[in-house]
Design a protein around this ligand. Sequence first.
Ligand code: HEM
Length: 134
Amino acid sequence: MAATTEEVQGSYGRCLRSKGFISRFYELLLEKDPRVAKMFEGTNWSQQNKALRRGISIALTFAGGSSIVERSMNEMALVHSRKGRAPVDPQLYVHWRESLLQAVAEFDPRFNNELRDAWAEALKATTDYFTKSF
Ligand code: HEM
């Protein structure tokens, strides 16, 4: 049986407790495609790491079926839409999902197949939302 939303949130909490989780995710993401690395050339990393930390939390809450974060989700989706500040080619989202799954596998000491499936589902819901609505 797939893990629940609460279990995914718990897994995320464990990842954040060990230092370097978000940096590791970005390291994996940037080496997937030169287009991604190029997008982050001028980035302030301490700010970006904080923004994504919050962004993942919003995405997991949203994927869990809660609409209280809908506005925040829409803001993030807009940033990455064609007309946004950091437009993302939808084909690149698979890299985002794989890099995050890989980082979670490395950082959550209690990672297992059920968690992996539930994480994968939540991340897919997030990137589908970004590409379908904007
Ligand atoms: C391949 C996929 C993605 C790429 C290449 C990408 C790239 C970027 C870039 C270039 C920025 C701006 C950095 C800067 O200000 O220098 C950014 C900001 C951000 N991204 Fe992404 N992104 C991706 C997917 C996502 C996803 C799925 C989320 C959802 C959690 C997300 C959340 C954010 C947030 C919260 C910010 C900060 C927005 C702000 O400053 O207002 N990104 N992203």
